[in-house]
Design a protein around this ligand. Structure first.
Ligand code: NG1
Ligand code: ZN
Length: 562
């Protein structure tokens, strides 16, 4: 820690002592519960909300440290547990670029949150500030928000208590109740010195997207009606704000918007329910809105950063899922076509690539690679996908569960802006590519923005849901959650497609796979829940199910359960 040049060492020491006192006072109000171990994982901290107030207080301290370390750059804090049930809650930090927290700081978050006493918290805080060379005299800027969970207000209070120990050196921007991606947008826009990304508030977000969407739809609207399952969460608020800005071109029918009904959040609805059950939310089934052929619906998750689409088969009436893989494939193909039409000169040629995880359906990967679209496979967790996508000129990344976005590299935007089009067609393609770069959230997966992306591509293609679906047929698949005594004995490698430990288990999984036509299966420990996940796919539903059962048994055997 260096002291300000205007202060004497004595004053600086006094000020520091006051700060530590102030931290101690706050920490005493939020003692850490015994026998709980917190981990800052893929989704930040996430557990039962009642356990979280002390964590929020400490996250408040860390957010301020991070902002001060970055000379006052704005840091984001989001209080949400996404698709988890209502009694859970969580918190995650957002870095100034709008991306997830720098992974090296995840360990600092974990360390602070697990300090058992006020004394150990003070000592860990002091050590961190020193080792990370944080000048505590720097200003700090924080933007924060929460989803609609009833536990939100108490957690925000604990977070604000953490901020308050630093007194007036911290400037706060409370966005209130909003979606995770809007919070990321505001962080990115606040830190953007060029002022080009957008106005750093919710209105700025709506205006930016609405303008880009209108450019893309042109005179193609009004589009066919779209039913949107808001998971009874914050997406309902964001959607109604947005449609008020957008006007008539997309007739949106919001469903599951009961944000104040106790227990309704993510219950029998939302993107995670639809993806894991591979079925309609019962409320939508009963409403009969999808009975009309080719009617599209989509589901957000509880903090509106995931989206999946679906419809009912025209003749069979069966449920058809259009998940993250289907979105990635359609979007990558479409942007690839636009790039060809843009006819950029040789030195500015742009490559569209796709980033997936092992959970991507095998058919989607095959479809892309057979059409010469490069595909990268990375471990689960958005930060891995995001970073891999940054290596393409235009990087499309989606998890199968519907979390994803498309990143346009700075040099790609420059090439598009400076191109001299050879024909009206190429001028149009360039204009559209630039409008897509504005429409798509460049910080993080965003259900609302991805919904508009899909709608814009469908409008340009002149497709309904069934034409979109026709590209490839998903291989039947099963995802099983296996509870084991210690998930840490399972160590996955090779983008989590193989197990290194327990020794010998991978060979057994591969032997099981060989017994099924097009069989593929892998096992990995979850990063967000205390379980191991088994994924299996094969040519038929029965084979996929049998493979999942066989591999689940192998996992149980390896962990001594059978
Ligand atoms: P874990 O619990 O590590 O499988 C889940 C999702 C991830 C990601 C994170 C963060 C699956 C199989 N896993 O991770 O894709 O979205 O949550 O929310 O969907
Ligand atoms: Zn989410």
């Amino acid at each position: 820690m260096s002291s300000s040049p205007t202060k004497s060492p004595k004053d600086a020491a006094h000020e520091h002592a006051l700060l530590l006192n102030s931290i101690a006072e706050g920490a005493n109000e939020y003692p850490k519960p015994e026998h709980v171990n917190f981990t800052y994982g893929t989704a930040g901290f996430r557990t039962l909300a009642t356990k979280l107030p002390p964590v929020l207080f400490r996250v408040g301290l860390l957010a301020v440290l991070r902002s001060k370390r970055l000379e006052g750059a704005t840091i984001g804090v989001m209080v949400t547990a996404s698709h988890n049930p209502e009694p859970d809650n969580g918190v995650k930090l957002v870095d100034p670029s709008g991306e997830m927290l720098d992974p090296t700081w995840e360990a600092h978050a974990t360390a602070l949150s697990n300090c058992p006493t006020t004394e150990s918290l003070i000592s860990t805080f002091t050590t961190l500030a020193t080792h990370l060379r944080v000048d505590l005299h720097q200003p700090a800027n924080i933007v924060y928000a929460r989803d609609t969970r009833p536990s939100g207000p108490d957690l925000i209070k604990a977070l604000e208590r953490g901020f308050s120990v630093f007194g007036e050196s911290v400037k706060l921007n409370d966005l209130g109740i909003t979606t995770t991606p809007i919070l990321h947008y505001v962080v990115k826009a606040t830190n953007d010195r060029t002022g080009e990304y957008g106005t750093p508030n919710i209105k700025g977000y709506n205006e930016k997207m609405s303008k880009a969407f209108k450019t893309l739809i042109g005179n193609r609207g009004p589009l066919a009606p779209l039913y949107v399952d808001c998971a009874n969460g914050v997406g309902a608020n964001a959607l109604s704000d947005f449609t008020a800005t957008l006007g008539e071109i997309l007739p949106v029918h919001p469903l599951n918007t009961a944000t104040t009904t106790q227990g309704a959040l993510n219950h029998q609805c939302g993107a995670d329910f639809v993806k894991t059950k591979q079925a309609l939310p019962p409320s939508i089934q009963q409403s009969g809105v999808l009975a009309k052929p080719n009617t599209r619906a989509c589901s957000f998750d509880g903090d509106a950063d995931r989206i999946v689409f679906y419809y009912q088969h025209e003749t069979k009436g069966t449920f058809r899922l259009l998940d993250g893989d289907k979105i990635a494939v359609m979007v990558a193909m479409f942007l690839g076509d636009l790039v060809v039409k843009a006819k950029l000169d040789e030195e500015h040629k742009l490559q569209v690539g796709v980033v997936q995880t092992a959970y991507a359906n095998g058919s989607s990967t095959k479809y892309l690679t057979s059409r010469n679209i490069p595909v990268t496979c990375v471990p689960t967790g958005v930060k891995h996908l995001h970073h891999a996508a940054q290596r393409y000129d235009i990087g499309v990344y989606f998890e199968a569960n519907g979390h994803g976005t498309v990143l346009f590299a700075d040099h790609a935007i420059k090439a598009l802006k400076s191109a001299s089009p050879q024909s009206p067609d190429s001028a149009n393609a360039i204009k559209n590519l630039l409008a897509f770069s504005e429409l798509i959230n460049q910080a993080v997966g965003d259900a609302l923005s991805d919904m508009l992306l899909v709608e814009a591509v469908l409008a340009h293609r002149g497709w309904g849901a069934s034409e979109w679906d026709a590209g490839y047929e998903d291989l039947p698949n099963r995802l099983v959650k296996v509870e084991v005594p210690d998930r840490n004995i399972f160590v996955a490698v090779d983008a989590e497609r193989k197990l290194q430990y327990p020794l010998g288990l991978q060979d057994k999984i591969e032997d099981a796979m060989k017994k099924y036509d097009m069989g593929r299966s892998f096992v990995r420990p979850s990063g967000t829940e205390d379980c191991v996940r088994v994924y299996a796919e094969a040519k038929t539903t029965t084979e996929a199910e049998n493979l999942a059962i066989a591999v689940t048994d192998l996992v149980k055997m390896a962990s001594g359960q059978i």
